[in-house]
Design a protein around this ligand. Structure first.
Ligand code: FES
Length: 173
């Protein structure tokens, strides 16, 4: 296992740490805005992650309560989708495509380079807190792989050298 910041998410039956007041307010604002939508759970989870960068354990209870679900049900959805992040991310989030078309043009080697360079596995953050590495399973850019998203911006035909340049620029930003 590579060195990276530890994950310490609370299991569904555990006691979640209290959220800071600002985060509580944000979670409740997202819930209030979206809870009347049909199938509101996923939009709320996306909304909380968009607002806070992750979905803290302390958000699960309020979401479950608002939607008349159990905490275990919310937790189950939260952990089913790889897109949702339960730990605070680094300053930048990098999604590296691991799907077939990108693998055919070098994504596996790029993945190994990324993990070695950042010193973390997928779902982890470099020890300097700069970059969180997440997997993606097709970014809709199959003809121009290997592809990655860095802070939501798509980059195509990424070589290890280009990867290093992108990371260096991100670290300076
Ligand atoms: S397979 Fe990587 S963008 Fe589609």
């Amino acid at each position: 296992m590579m060195e990276s910041r530890a994950r310490s998410a609370t299991p569904p039956g555990g006691i979640a740490p209290a959220l800071p007041p600002a985060q509580i307010a944000t979670v409740h604002e997202v819930i209030a805005r979206l809870q009347e939508q049909p199938g509101a759970l996923l939009p709320i989870l996306h909304g909380v992650q968009d607002a806070l960068g992750h979905i803290p354990d302390g958000a699960v209870g309020p979401i479950a309560h608002a939607l008349n679900l159990t905490r275990a049900e919310v937790h189950g959805v939260l952990t089913f989708y790889h897109w949702f992040r339960r730990e605070k991310p680094g300053r930048h989030v990098l999604h590296l495509c691991r799907a077939e078309a990108c693998q055919a043009v070098g994504a596996t080697a790029l993945e190994q380079h990324a993990q070695r360079t950042l010193g973390t596995d997928f779902h982890g953050t470099s020890v300097d807190g700069a970059i969180t590495l997440e997997p993606a399973y097709c970014l809709g850019n199959c003809a121009c792989g290997p592809s990655l998203l860095l802070d939501g911006e798509l980059h195509a035909r990424v070589t290890p050298q280009r990867f290093d340049a992108l990371i260096a620029a991100a670290r300076k930003a």
